[in-house]
Design a protein around this ligand. Structure first.
Ligand SMILES: [Zn+2]
Length: 147
């Protein structure tokens, strides 16, 4: 049985995403910054404005401004959002996969747990900076937090 907080968090994230997609479509003609290129540039950890300057200084630290176009990036307020989305994506990939592998092959539970922990860590470390970059790209495109 899932914890009620997990269920409400999932519902909140899904409803927020649907609401936001509707909002983006509604306001697509009124905005001067395109969301999709900004999301893709952020996913690549590049400046959402020019797409060539690096956004991150290290693994997760965001630069104060772009080294190429001087776009200020210190406005970003990603907070825990990228971590939530990373866990959401990783969990939705790995939980069903773990169930299927356990049902098909019946491996030693300790081996299964250790191997999936390592896979989860790998996926999470891959996704986290990219999701954070996409968050910042979205905030930039929507002119949130002073961008
Ligand atoms: Zn730039």
């Amino acid at each position: 049985m899932r914890h009620p907080a997990t269920r409400s968090t999932c519902h909140f994230l899904i409803l927020t995403s649907i609401n936001y997609l509707w909002f983006m479509k509604l306001n697509a003609s009124r905005q001067d910054r395109l969301v999709k290129p900004a999301l893709l540039r952020g996913w690549k950890r590049k400046c959402p404005n020019c797409g060539s300057g690096p956004m991150m200084d290290g693994y997760l630290a965001v630069r104060d401004e772009c080294a190429v176009c001087s776009q200020e990036l210190y406005h970003q307020r990603a907070d825990d959002g990228p971590a939530y989305i990373t866990i959401l994506i990783s969990g939705h990939i790995l939980a069903p996969l773990m169930l299927v592998i356990f049902e098909w092959y019946r491996p030693d539970p300790l081996l299964l747990a250790v191997s999936f922990i390592l896979i989860f860590i790998t996926i999470a470390l891959f996704l986290l900076p990219r999701v954070k970059g996409a968050f910042i790209g979205l905030q930039w495109a929507k002119r949130m937090h002073g961008f």
